[in-house]
Design a protein around this ligand. Structure first.
Ligand code: PLP
Length: 400
């Protein structure tokens, strides 16, 4: 068996350094807990950036995957398969929409939404060909493809990857006036995260999302909500947009849709939007494959019970109450978030986000830092209250 140092050394030698992982080497995991190659246990307070909303090794999801593995795993979309229609029907119903376009990763779903909005703009709205504009928010995170980083404001994500895809307008997040000014007759969509995850779990001001909804409806512009991280239970609702009673035109989903088992993403909208596609105009070899559909169908069934949303609400209230007590105590300057999702800003002099994450790791808690001084907490929704409290104890000890 390899030791932690051996594994890290050969990963450093043979993988491109696109990440700076904490020095822990996971060998197995169950529920909210992971075990490393040396047998140490860690509470997972990141949950794969919400991809693991239902925890590691979730019985229902593993059983669904295993059963499908024995039947058929891939057909390509050249043929129908017997899980596809159910998946599309059930996901559309969960979203209150009519059509689904399945892909694999989040970035692919965002790309798909961009293509959808442009095609809709030219063929339905009547924007002159080649002139479509999409308005996005500063500090967004929508993935890593060349088009998606073209409208990033993060230098690490963007610099030296040009030439950039044109057709995007960037406005400050949470600013309705700026958004309204940026929308013209050539604007086909507004693309937003209802809560900005990578930016540090930034919740927009009250009334922003409903304002965006009103504005986009009035100006005949699609409201595309990137719910890849915020959706599917994390905030205490199926979709974070629900907190403001908002229904976007387009949902962009990923992460938890694959149950932490396989990558599954999708764009979900009504027929007047997704109906613009004809055969050959978009596709993916793996998108909507039988294994993906089987796992996602189980995810959808689990979300339909509402129990995960309720857990996220109850445990989230507890989490935010406890974190709120830390604010003003010297070590924490601000806490944001909704449900089982929090961004915690560490005060200067109490360590960087990375240093706090490393100290938490030494105490058996895994989190991820962002933007230098923030740590992100997003445990699996299946975490027990006792484990959550234990994790909070470790955070208090590190910050003491
Ligand atoms: C993770 C994420 C993406 C990109 O998803 P990938 O599967 O990593 O390509 C896009 N948007 C948001 C909001 C995300 O959190």
């Amino acid at each position: 068996m390899s030791t932690t140092a051996d594994v890290i050394r050969s990963a450093d030698a043979h993988s491109a350094h696109t990440y700076h992982p904490l020095p822990v080497v996971v060998a197995s995991a169950d529920g909210a807990w992971m075990t490393d190659v040396e047998g140490r246990r860690y509470l997972d307070m990141l949950a794969g950036y919400s991809a693991l909303n239902f925890g590691h090794g979730n019985r229902r999801l593993i059983d669904a995957a295993r059963a499908q593995l024995e039947r058929v795993t891939l057909t390509s979309r050249a043929f129908h398969h017997d899980r596809f229609a159910d998946f599309c029907t059930e996901l559309a119903a969960l979203c209150g929409k009519e059509m689904v376009l399945p892909m694999n990763t989040g970035a692919e779903a965002v790309e798909t939404a961009v293509k959808t909005a442009r095609k809709w703009g030219y063929e339905v709205k009547g924007v002159p060909d080649g002139h479509a504009k999409i308005v996005v928010a500063a500090d967004n995170f929508h993935g890593r493809t060349t088009t998606v980083v073209s409208f990033s404001t993060d230098h690490d994500a963007r610099d030296h990857f040009g030439p950039y895809t044109p057709g995007f307008e960037i406005v400050p997040y949470g600013d309705l006036t700026a958004l309204s000014r940026a929308v013209t007759e050539n604007t086909v969509a507004v693309l937003l995260e209802p809560i900005q995850g990578e930016a540090g779990v930034l919740v927009p001001p009250a009334g922003y999302l409903s304002g965006v909804r009103e504005l986009t409806r009035e100006r005949n512009v699609l409201f595309m909500a990137d719910e890849i991280q915020s959706g599917l239970g994390r905030t205490g609702r199926t979709f974070a947009c629900e907190h403001e009673g908002v229904v976007p035109d387009v949902y962009i989903l990923g992460k938890a849709l694959g149950g932490g088992v396989v990558p599954v993403s999708a764009v979900v909208a009504d027929r007047d939007v997704l109906g613009v596609f004809r055969p050959g105009q978009h596709g993916s070899t793996f998108g909507g494959n039988p294994l993906a559909c089987a796992v996602a169908l189980e995810v959808i069934a689990m979300l339909r019970t509402g129990e995960f949303q309720q857990r996220a609400t109850e445990l989230g209230d507890h989490l935010h109450h406890e974190l709120g007590l830390l604010v003003g105590g010297g070590a924490v300057t601000a806490v944001r978030g909704r449900g089982l999702w929090a961004g915690v800003d560490i005060a200067p002099g109490h360590g960087t986000g990375r240093e706090v994450s490393e100290k938490l790791m030494e105490r058996g808690v895994l989190v991820k830092d962002t933007h230098g001084s923030t740590i992100r907490l997003a445990p699996p929704l299946v975490i027990s209250k006792e484990d959550l409290d234990w994790g909070l104890d470790q955070l208090r000890a590190v910050l003491a």
